[in-house]
Design a protein around this ligand. Sequence first.
Ligand code: PAF
Length: 280
Amino acid sequence: MRVVHSPHEVYALVDFERRNGNRVGLVPTMGALHAGHISLVQQAKLQSDIVATTIFVNPTQFGPKEDFSKYPRTLESDLEKLDSVGCDIVFVPNSEQVYAPEHSTYVEPPKVANRWEGEIRPGHYRGVTTIVLKLFMMVPAQVAFFGRKDYQQVAVIRAMVEDLNLPIQIVTCDTIREPDGLAMSSRNRYLNDSERSRALSLSRALKAANSMVEEGCHNVADIENEMTKILLNAPVDSIDYARIVDGDTLEPLSEVTSPAVAIIAARLGTTRLIDNSILC
Ligand code: PAF
């Protein structure tokens, strides 16, 4: 496994592989790798010849009051995990190599970024689209892998790729869960025991939404009420949203019609968790 710090070096490496006829798969991450990230690398191994993972805690996608400085940084164990699953290239740039001190160019996010995370975390998706485009330029892979746990993020990246005619395929991979249902997230490590057990209400609420739809309920208000009830019973400390939305546009629905997805963001103590489930 090659660990590369320079953007020029990673570009040259990937370019070389492509010239040799290899398909390069990219897994962008912010490190603090868990089984969800590792499953992206495994999926990338299945669908490409060479896998490049990037580790970069991107400052521009964190708000001023968010957890950028305390975001977990676990490079040594990240590298061990990547090596053990056969990752070929790891790109670990430092901040100045990605954002020059005088940088002032950003990617305006697409419309699908406006609601939900976009509303609650102003500037977040501008940071995501900017870094993801920059990573696509620095690591010119043919295919990139993202987790469905960040449902809106994948929708934003797919729209950017289409709107900007970027020559890269996007593959969305399933959310990986703990045996008790908690979606894997680098932020789970912030949870104390009480918060961890109350956090299970997110996956429980999503399961309930799925069951209601399976049993024939199409009334969005009824399903959203049930999800909210489950979250408040846990209780979570606050709910940012627990909604049923159109799976493509992320606009609210009043009737469950395909594609529909249930999305939740809630806080446990100082930790904010998101989760989602495709309903139909
Ligand atoms: O999902 C993430 O970890 C980040 O948002 C990403 C896509 C690596 C961009 O920094």
